[in-house]
Design a protein around this ligand. Structure first.
Ligand code: ACO
Length: 326
């Protein structure tokens, strides 16, 4: 089995910052409430001309440059997203054309906030088995486009952005050491965009009832998240033959600082080993883990040979964790 690791990483965020104070002007909320309940201070929001593939392309180009890999050498592109530009073609195909990755197969993956780690797990299999050499995995979202900006329960939580990683062969004992993926479809109603698909195709009535936007049972998602983050990370660590004391850096999905703190506490990982940037970007769904990983690497928080754990949960419900030796 060929060892597989992340050989290049990048992230790309829209420039526009929307602060909590700005949201106070449009919905009945306050900076104090949002910071206290979520840890979020601001988020990035794409302009009307920018779609998910634009952010994904930006992140992809940075990750390729970081890896020193040319687009033509890619064998596969996987984009994890719940906010594709359109139902089809996939964002992955649009990115393939944008970066001219002529030799790459391409598809999108729907696992919400766990999507990027699902993508790492899938992409790495092709390299492990010797079928492919270079796989690009992207998590990219423009959640601002599916938010009801009149719903204070959801509009304060999310943001836009993209992160990308190039997977390739690495030396034995390095790279991805353990993975845990899971799903529980019974919790599908807790977090969803009810309409716009084949169950409830788009009509003016749908639009009037705001069913094409995110609907969420925040409390139930919260309970699920604090339980599953610790469990998933522990299972991935066990698969890698490691324990929580071995973790140099925990990179959790950035949904809410209270969820992150509870997960870290359950895992007995001190907060100084936990990467947090939810204050600046909010929840960027599939993009959150690669953006946080990119920042952790670029800031020197994650160094060569460090053992890191990526762990996320999301709509579906889904969860995923991955242990890497950097
Ligand atoms: N400003 C002010 N008050 C608000 C706001 C707001 N923005 N939003 C809700 N409230 C009110 C509620 O209406 C409620 O009022 P009430 O008691 O009069 O009914 C009160 O605040 C408390 O609401 P709770 O839901 O109990 O607040 P909680 O502490 O649970 O925090 C939150 C809510 C932040 C949504 C939390 O439940 C959470 O983070 N859940 C997880 C959500 C999440 O991570 N979703 C993404 C999953 S990943 C993916 O796949 C996309």
């Amino acid at each position: 089995n060929q060892a597989v690791g992340i050989i290049g990483i990048g992230s790309y965020l829209p420039e526009r910052i929307v602060t909590n104070t700005e949201l106070e002007k449009t919905v009945d909320t306050s900076d104090e409430w949002i910071v206290g309940r979520t840890g979020i201070k601001e988020r990035r929001v794409a302009d009307s001309a920018t779609a998910t593939s634009d952010l994904a392309t930006g992140a992809a180009l940075i990750a390729l440059a970081d890896a020193g890999v040319s687009a033509g050498d890619l064998d596969l592109i996987i984009v994890a997203t719940v906010t594709p530009d359109m139902n089809f073609p996939s964002v992955a195909c649009i990115v393939q054309e944008n970066i001219k990755a002529k030799n790459a197969a391409a598809f999108d993956l729907s696992a919400a906030c766990a999507g990027f780690v699902y993508g790492l797990a899938i992409g790495s299999q092709f390299i492990k088995t010797g079928v492919y050499r270079k796989v690009l995995v992207i998590g990219a979202e423009t959640l601002s486009k599916i938010l009801d900006w009149n719903d204070r329960n959801t509009c304060i939580l999310f943001g836009d952005g993209a992160g990308a990683a190039v997977l390739g062969p690495v030396g034995d004992g390095c790279g991805i050491l353990g993975v845990e993926l899971g799903a529980d479809g019974a919790g599908g109603d807790l977090l969803k965009v009810p309409a716009g698909g084949s169950r409830q195709p788009f009509t003016s009535e749908i639009c009037k009832n705001r069913l094409h936007f995110i609907h969420m049972n925040g409390n139930e998602v919260f309970k699920f998240a604090i339980k599953i983050m610790g469990e998933a990370a522990a299972k991935a660590l066990a698969a890698a033959g490691l324990s929580t004391e071995d973790i140099d850096c925990l990179i959790p999905h950035q949904a809410n600082i209270r969820i992150i703190q509870s997960a870290a506490k359950r895992l007995k990982v001190p907060m100084d080993k936990v990467m947090v940037n939810v204050d600046r970007y909010g929840n960027t769904s599939a993009a959150s883990i690669p953006i946080a990983l990119d920042e952790a690497v670029r800031s020197g928080r994650v160094k060569k040979d460090d053992k890191i754990v990526l762990v996320g949960f999301g709509a579906g419900l889904t969860w995923a964790a991955c242990v890497l030796k950097w």
